[in-house]
Ligand binder design. Structure first.
Ligand code: SF4
Length: 441
């Protein structure tokens, strides 16, 4: 009998990738065979896990949907994710979509889908366990076909109210995932041979399941036997970082030297207008503490350019702080008004040409910082997760724990291997060239 096939297409953040992995598991339990979205024949079902963090992200989600529908006229298309939460009514009118599901309904696809598809036998879905307030369970385990790293969702939602952000509306208040579920999913990822496991959420620093916060979670996961490393993602600058950094330090052999702390602006006046909880002085304290504890730390950040009222002087102040902080990477985003947020109603919009000019300046700084950081690693050793072969037979492409693209030479097939290397030189393509210290047998 021909298998019923499904493909999950993920747009947006690492949390969405973790959600997609859980969706894969639920679909497998429903009897689907997971196929690549570009499989030669169209899948029976395509699930688009969308993003709406910016207006541009929402437009991209809709553009992606149009081409998915054009290439797969016969497939049943389910549209879910943050865009589905925020713009449900509009999307329900979209002819390319067969079914819109909110973020919360993702958990219920095992009961919802059979009603629509008539493809499956009736089956029992286990009842949800009773959990303490603020704890949630997914009752699914991430499945990551076609990927070299696994993404595990540990936390959901946000209690902050940054004035530009739609995420609290799309994902609701903070809650933490059941510890047993996380541990089981983590063990499975290790058993399945994943050498890098990314812990993700909206703000993983606020993970709290009973007495277990993020530092204790890191300790517990690092005790699991196996050849893996943990990458912590979705960390907001907050005081919980101090014990988290301590946990990263005591588990240095297993946790990537990587911390991405969204600053959003290096100007305190703008941070206040953004209703951010962390000003530049506090941010500098977190950065110094983390750098002191973790050698060769990749400290990255996000910056929004052109927030309403951002003057030339504000931008210059921001640029000065960014230079001083010496990030390994800066993700630069133009401010994008999201309807329903306080910032969308603020006057004093910054002209598009001014925003474009500021973005160019920040991109130049980003390039400079990334090169400086990569060059600082030459002569050091580290671990690289190999992803692909670089077309030239013996060269392989991967990522170091401190998230620098690294190229190594090997005649064996080393795809998806975690290798210890020594970084030898910086290459004009913007990557490091490294020699393998432990070639796999
Ligand atoms: S911390 Fe601020 S930017 Fe981050 S998700 Fe919460 S409200 Fe949005």
């Amino acid at each position: 009998m021909k298998p019923i096939t499904a493909a999950v297409i993920t747009l947006g953040c690492r949390l969405n990738q973790a959600d997609s992995a859980l969706l894969n598991d639920r679909l497998i339990r429903l009897g689907f065979q997971i196929v690549s979205p570009d499989a030669s024949s169209s899948p029976n079902l395509i699930l688009v896990n969308s993003c709406t963090v910016t207006e541009t992200a929402y437009k991209k989600s809709k553009q992606a949907l149009r081409s998915i529908r054009a290439e797969n006229p016969q497939s049943f298309i389910v549209f879910t994710g943050c865009a589905a939460d925020v713009s449900k009514d509009e999307l329900e009118q979209n002819q390319d979509i067969d079914l819109v599901l909110t973020n919360e309904q993702k958990k219920d696809i095992e009961t919802i889908l059979p009603q629509y598809l008539a493809l499956l036998e009736k089956r029992d879905v286990p009842a949800a366990p009773k959990l303490a307030k603020g704890i949630f369970a997914e009752q699914a385990q991430g499945v990551f076909p076609f990927r070299s790293r696994a993404f595990i969702k540990v936390q959901e939602g946000c209690n902050n109210s940054c004035s530009y952000c739609i995420v609290p509306t799309a994902r609701g208040p903070e809650r933490s995932r059941d510890l047993k579920e996380i541990t089981a999913e983590f063990r499975k990822a290790v058993d399945d041979g994943f050498h890098e496991i990314v812990l993700t959420g909206v703000n993983t620093c606020h993970y709290k399941a009973g007495k277990v916060g993020m530092p204790e979670l890191i300790d517990r996961l690092c005790e699991i036997p196996g050849d893996f490393r943990i990458r912590l993602s979705s960390t907001e600058p907050c005081d919980e970082l101090f014990p988290i950094v301590d946990a990263m330090k005591r588990n240095a052999a297993k946790v990537c030297e990587f911390l991405h702390l969204p600053l959003q602006s290096g100007c305190d006046r703008i941070l206040k207008a953004m209703n951010r909880h962390c000003g530049t002085a506090k941010f500098a304290e977190y950065a110094a503490y983390a750098r002191e504890a973790i050698p060769n730390l990749h400290l990255g950040t996000d910056i929004i350019v052109g927030f309403p009222g951002e003057t030339d002087a504000d931008f210059a102040e921001s640029l000065k702080f960014l230079r001083k902080t010496d990030f390994a990477n800066i993700h630069v985003f133009p401010y994008s008004p999201r309807s329903g947020t306080p910032a969308a109603d603020m006057s004093d919009k910054v002209q598009k040409t001014v925003v474009a000019d500021r973005i160019e300046q920040l991109k130049a700084l980003k390039e400079e910082c990334a090169q400086k950081f990569a060059k600082s690693l030459v002569g050091t050793t580290g671990a690289v997760l190999i992803e692909t072969n670089c077309n030239k037979k013996e060269l392989w492409d991967g990522w170091s724990g401190n998230y620098v693209r690294t190229i190594v030479s090997s005649e064996s097939d080393i795809a998806r291997k975690l290798l210890r290397v020594k970084f030898l030189r910086f290459l004009p393509v913007g990557a490091l060239f490294a020699e393998i210290i432990n070639e796999p047998g």
